[in-house]
Design a binder for this molecule. Sequence first.
Ligand code: NAP
Length: 252
Amino acid sequence: MSRRVLILGGTTEATALCRALALDDRFAAVLSLAGRTLHPVLPPGPYRIGGFGGAAGLAEYLRAGAFDILIDATHPFAVRISANAAQAAERAEIPLLAIHRPPWQAQAGDRWTEVPTMHAAAMALGDPPRRVLLTVGQLDLLPFAARPWHRYVLRSVDPPPADILPDAPRILARGPFTVDDEHALLRRHATEIIVTKNSGGTATQAKLHAARALGVRVVMIARPSVPDVVAVPDAARAVAWLRDHDARLRGV
Ligand code: NAP
């Protein structure tokens, strides 16, 4: 009998894990997405979309679906769902594994200002008007709208609300991006500062290489803290953990 695995996703790691488990009949995985993006990347296999109604709702969903394992493969900045996952796994009395992708680290030549919040990121732009590339997603723009004298370019997967920074050019794009493309983008807009969350991973890392090469400043929003749970850094190690777990339970 296959072990039922619920994967909380919205990340490249979740998609990769779904693809790997689709080929392994020891597991029957279901992917869960919040429903934030208009055209999500859907891997093979079953999926569901939408919130559960907090930790209690997620625990109930796990019980009702007779899930054996919960995987939190959500984005490092998705703190509410990660907290809910920790509580729900405990209530449903099933193991939880998180995928915590390592944060980016500043390297020689980087000009980073590390800040703890989106508000602090907006403040770190300073008072003189700057040309700023915002890559923080379409839902986190309000602190920048409060500092409208900067010349912003907004890049996000889905369109930002029309009434936020309405005059700022919008670039709708989903990674992975190449260093050459990022280089060209920064030059085209004469970008002085990039604002980004410290998401980690490779899909959106090229902008940091391009910024280093061009001497562009980066305002880097630090990771929020997440529950201290059993974690691995990537999808391949999540697959290995699942196989070990399965082997232990089978006594092999
Ligand atoms: P969040 O603030 O932690 O979660 C808000 C609520 O959205 C949760 O309480 C939950 O609703 C629902 N939710 C979140 N992830 C879900 C999932 N995978 N399946 C079902 N419901 C989910 O999350 P967020 O920062 O808005 O992120 C939403 C999604 O976008 C996540 O899947 C995340 O992996 C992805 N994402 C986020 C970012 C980012 O920067 N935050 C970047 C890229 C991708 P209920 O309480 O009703 O269950």
